[in-house]
Design a protein around this ligand. Structure first.
Ligand code: HAM
Length: 428
């Protein structure tokens, strides 16, 4: 019998970790520049949180959740997204009494039972931000700006930003009715899956993946034509602010896409997505928008919210495509190479003392020839090999050999201070 990682999941091997460290560092750094603070929520929640928050009719709730009854009989779900859990935390911890708006960010795994393909996994990772307690278009545009700066700091360019407004909850029924009328007139052309959706949730037809439905979506009734005067004013202000952002980011090209409705029930007003220009398949890097009614649906005080989430696997694919190389970050400082029993024991102590001092150090495997230990040191890879044997123990000085570059070798006293100083002086 042989085991493999479950379908749609991947191991993140040591050689890929530098990409992950980098991307998470940039996410945290950019978030903090905007005053966002980190929150971590559990990897599983009450199933009802997602049913209510994300919406019973959405693909996620209908067919993509990892839900189960635990041994105690509770119904729980591995989180498919981060917004509903962060809202739950806002309510549970009384964050409405904190100074508003509350700005939060998170990074972590999400789980969706989807059909795996390039850039689409069953366990994937999101960096997300959420802002609570500020209904203004300024914050909508701040969130888009944060997404844009994140992409830029990672070195990704040639991107398309698509935006739309789906209006307030009160604007929705008239648009939904118009969609129902329009699509009913073309029902014969719709594939079965979308004919079923038409009854339950006509908005979903606008972002359908079915070619026939996509063709129909072009001339479908547009949400912007059903906005109340208030919603229209907000939307126009959002567009003015976005236009203003171009004075800082001249490459911030956006297009209003009336088919952009997003796959969750909680959205209101502004929604957006960012993808590479040459996009094909599962390529959306970032998706988000405003969700002013969600907090109440989850039993909290009426609180506007807006945010986005970025799929980190897709960023890493793009970084690798660009050939960004992080290998040099995985060096360690010293490998201790030792010959003889006494030197072996001293190597163990020296390794411990060097690590306590803040350096990274490994001790070569005992019982191997000098040549094999040196090969091990190069393969780690270590910047230096510290070589000790009986003679070195007696004289109190070992050989410190630089493994990269010129291979220079010199004597150092066998004290942690002397070794650390020698290594640090050439590391910088
Ligand atoms: P979402 O559009 O479902 O939104 O996901 C956001 C991003 O997560 C996508 O653009 C994509 O990069 C990534 N993603 C989604 N599913 C997968 C998958 N199966 N494999 C790999 N990557 C994936 C949300 O999750 C909302 N909670 C975003 C949000 C936050 N809206 C407001 N605040």
């Amino acid at each position: 019998m042989s085991f493999k990682s479950p379908r749609g999941t991947t191991d993140i091997l040591p050689e890929h970790q530098p990409y992950w460290d980098y991307i998470k560092r940039v996410a945290a750094d950019v978030s903090r520049r905007f005053g966002y603070r980190r929150i971590d929520t559990p990897y599983f929640e009450d199933t009802a949180l997602f049913k209510r928050g994300v919406g019973e009719e959405t693909d996620i709730v209908q067919k993509e959740m990892y839900s189960f009854e635990d041994i105690g009989g509770d119904h729980v779900t591995l989180r498919p997204e981060g917004t509903a859990p962060v809202c739950r935390a806002y309510i549970e911890h009384g964050m409405s009494s904190w100074p508003q708006p509350v700005r939060l960010f998170y990074v972590g795994p999400m789980f969706r039972y989807e059909r795996p393909q390039a850039g689409r996994f069953r366990q994937f990772h999101q960096f997300g931000v959420e802002v609570f307690g500020d209904p203004s278009p300024q914050v909508d545009v701040e969130v888009i700006e944060l997404a844009w700066l994140f992409l830029r700091e990672l070195g990704l360019c040639d991107l398309t930003l698509r935006v739309n407004s789906i209006g307030a909850g009160e604007d929705r029924p008239r648009h939904v009715q118009a969609l129902r009328d329009y699509y009913s007139g073309h029902a014969a052309r719709l594939p079965k899956v979308d004919r079923d959706r038409l009854e339950r949730s006509p908005l979903r037809l606008l972002d359908s993946k079915e070619p026939e439905s996509q063709a129909l979506a072009d001339s479908a009734p547009r949400s912007l034509d059903f906005l109340s005067p208030d919603s229209t004013a907000r939307w126009q202000e959002t567009l003015r602010l976005l236009e203003g952002m171009k004075s800082v980011y001249p490459d911030l090209n956006y297009l209003v896409d009336h088919r952009l409705v997003r796959g969750f029930d909680y959205y209101t007003h502004m929604v957006f997505e960012i993808e590479p220009k040459d996009a094909a398949g599962q390529s959306t890097l970032i998706g988000g928008g405003r969700y002013d009614g969600l907090m109440e649906v989850l039993g909290g005080p009426p609180t506007p919210g807006v945010g986005f989430a970025a799929g980190l696997e897709r960023f890493i694919l793009n970084l690798q495509k660009q050939g960004v190389d992080f290998d040099s970050q995985s060096h360690i400082d010293i490998a201790v190479v030792h010959m003889g029993e006494a030197a072996g024991r001293r190597a163990t102590e020296l390794g411990a003392a060097l690590r306590l001092k803040g350096l990274s150090a490994v001790v070569a495997p005992p019982g191997r020839s000098m040549k094999s230990q040196m090969r091990f040191a190069s393969s780690v890879p270590a910047r230096y090999a510290l070589i000790i044997g009986d003679r070195e123990l007696e004289s109190g000085a070992g050989a410190l050999k630089q493994l990269s570059e010129n291979g220079e070798q010199r004597e150092v006293p066998l004290t942690v201070e002397a070794i650390a100083t020698a290594v640090k002086s050439t590391l910088t």
